[in-house]
Design a binder for this molecule. Structure first.
Ligand code: COA
Length: 260
């Protein structure tokens, strides 16, 4: 399907989704959010795709947040609908059932930072800049930032970033846990692809089970989350990949997973 602001590429079992509005630093207007939603639905439903990379086109920005021109026009009802549209996208990403790697190649501000936080792993270039500067626009994060940020980094640090709107560089983002790896800008694409390729070789159902256990379990009581984990663990034991993984260990050979 043709998109105006989103670019979709496939390399084997890896789908790369790029936010493609570089003249506006990939600011997320409503159309971009709709196109991203359709793109993630397409990769979710594509059995061939095992791993997804989300990045920004143009080399300077991942996404510089919601489109402030559109934001400026919102009234109370419109603002709520605007936030709900972002929530639908971020929740879709979080529940995709396939690992999503955020390749943070530049600015990941506001909605951009929120999209990165809805991914499973964040790998950043050394020039990346992340933050939730909405406070400086007289508003608050509306795509899940007030909820995902304090679940990702210590609560006090989340409060600091949310209340001050302070923007952090890649090294600080790594130190506080907002990104998981930092590499040089030159190596970012290659390192992201290497990470994606390593995940393609993993057993697909177990990947899905980990994502579900961590994401859904994090919002449950420990007891309920343990029950969820036990059910998912049980389901992995019924897969051919689990039989293969354990047999390969016992036979001292490398496992070959088939996704069954
Ligand atoms: N919404 C709409 N347009 C945006 C945008 C956003 N969030 N972020 C950047 N742009 C546009 C700029 O208006 C400019 O467009 P123009 O060339 O038509 O004037 C273009 O992208 C380039 O941005 P510019 O500000 O000139 O680049 P810069 O390198 O000087 O600064 C930033 C980069 C990211 C620091 C700055 O653009 C910025 O602060 N953006 C807003 C970040 C933000 O508050 N995001 C949260 C929104 S809820």
């Amino acid at each position: 399907m043709p998109f105006e602001y989103v670019l979709m590429q496939k390399e084997g079992r890896i789908a790369k989704i790029s936010i493609d509005r570089p003249d506006k630093l990939n600011a997320l207007n409503i159309q971009t959010i709709s196109e991203l939603t359709a793109a993630f639905e397409a990769v979710r439903d594509d059995d061939e795709t095992a791993v997804v990379i989300l990045t920004g086109a143009g080399g300077k920005s991942f996404a510089a947040g919601a489109d402030i021109g559109e934001l400026a026009e919102l009234d109370a009802a419109g603002g709520k609908a605007f936030a709900e549209r972002g929530h639908r996208l971020c929740n879709l990403m979080e529940n995709l059932g396939k690992p999503i790697i955020a390749c943070v190649n530049g600015f990941a501000l506001g909605g951009g930072c929120e999209l990165a936080m809805a991914c499973d792993i964040r790998i950043a270039g050394e020039k990346a800049k992340l933050g939730q500067p909405e406070i400086n626009l007289g508003t608050i994060p509306g795509y899940g930032g007030t909820q995902r940020l304090p679940r990702l980094v210590p609560r006090g640090i989340a409060m600091d970033l949310l209340l001050t709107g302070r923007i952090v560089g890649a090294e600080e983002a790594l130190r506080i846990g907002l990104v998981d790896r930092v590499v040089s800008q030159a190596e970012l694409e290659e390192e992201t692809m290497k990470l994606a390729e390593s995940l393609v070789l993993k057993p697909a159902f177990a990947l899905k089970a980990i994502i579900e256990a961590v994401n859904r379990g994090g919002d449950m009581s420990f007891e309920d989350a343990s029950r969820l984990e036990a059910s998912l663990f049980g389901l992995t034991c019924g897969t051919a990949d689990m039989k293969e993984g354990t047999a390969a260990f016992l036979e001292k050979r490398k496992a070959t997973f088939t996704g069954r």
